[in-house]
Design a protein around this ligand. Sequence first.
Ligand SMILES: CC(C)(COP(=O)(O)OP(=O)(O)OC[C@H]1O[C@@H](n2cnc3c(N)ncnc32)[C@H](O)[C@@H]1OP(=O)(O)O)[C@@H](O)C(=O)NCCC(=O)NCCS
Length: 384
Amino acid sequence: MRKKIGCIVQARMGSTRLPGKSMTKIAGKPMLGIIIERLTACKKLDTIIVATSTARNDNKISNYCKKKGIKVYKGSENNVLKRYYDCAKKHELDVVIRVTGDCPLIDSKTVDQTVEKFLKEKFDYVSNIALRTFPRGLDVEVFSFKILEKTVKEAKSKFDKEHVTHYIYANPKKFKMGYVKARKKLFRPELRFCVDTKKDLKLMETIFSKLETNAEVEKVIGFVDNNPKLKKISITQEEKYRDKRGNIEQITLRPVNFNDRKWILNIMNQKTVRKNSFNPAKIKVKENTKYWETKLKDNDFKAFAIFSGKTPVGLARIDKKIVSIAINENFRKKGIAFIALSGINIRECIAEIKPKNTASKKLFKKLGFKEKKSSKEKIVFKKK
Ligand SMILES: CC(C)(COP(=O)(O)OP(=O)(O)OC[C@H]1O[C@@H](n2cnc3c(N)ncnc32)[C@H](O)[C@@H]1OP(=O)(O)O)[C@@H](O)C(=O)NCCC(=O)NCCS
């Protein structure tokens, strides 16, 4: 049976940093109106519903929606998780997309890409936020109604109830999680396009004074890149309000550069990394310098620095189709290796693992690798 796919946009008037923000006008339209307009370009959505609260203050939102013919649901003010559940139930959704009412640059193609991944690979939850490769403000989360129901039953804390999906991404072991990576032109995790502060709002006003409210994000990025002042606002605001997602900071990736070689060497020389390597000798500084000098010029070699928040925590490499990864000992068992490798194209790659390396065996199996060959010395895994 065909699944009913609906996007629920949460919106409220009572923001502390920017009261009434969802209804604040940019280019003559309420921010919420811009978001809905941009979402209607999605090809994968059957319906779009604004979910606001029953608080009197939020009547402005529901009245606006009614006037514009936008579906609106009024539910719990503080238990936003319950609000999502009740709204999804009323509209008989099988698949729920979560978008927030403070992202006026939401991108229809990214929403479609996330939904596609969710449907194709049968995940419980797919997002583009735990692994941050997109600018902030293009945030999309997709989950099944069943998972939403389970979350409503299990999530007990006030924080989980307020933040809808926190319980899901803070419990990656309980759910089958998927992560979407930005296409090349949108791979700009340092940029921030959501509206929390007056400065953010000013940035959007400037953007939409020059570009149409339905302008493609690629065009907006080009515009910001050509305006150093705007770019600075977008980047420095990110530092101030960087999202801390429970105990998991956002994971970002970027290509390794020559200056990274020092912190990489520290990780590579950690005891467990050497032990699991086929060449267990400690790596010398000179040897490391030479390695990166040569490898960074090699077209068959790709290396990604992995960050948790601002901290470099690991290295992922693909060397002639052989993939390898190392995570700093202090950051292990948080799902970082899995999230990072989900964001890299590792199709048709192999991984060579020592038989006693349980963590790696689990990791590569979870990523869809299949055991191809095994001997006393190594197991070879391959991904189609
Ligand atoms: C292998 C390594 C990269 C995993 O990094 P990580 O960020 O801790 O991995 P994740 O948290 O994403 O966990 C992936 C899976 O491995 C499991 N795992 C992680 N560490 C484990 C350990 N010490 N023992 C058993 N299982 C472990 C996790 O539980 C998870 O499986 P699950 O979801 O089924 O429970 C890390 O341990 C490491 O750097 N090891 C040294 C270098 C190395 O061996 N590299 C691999 C060779 S290519």
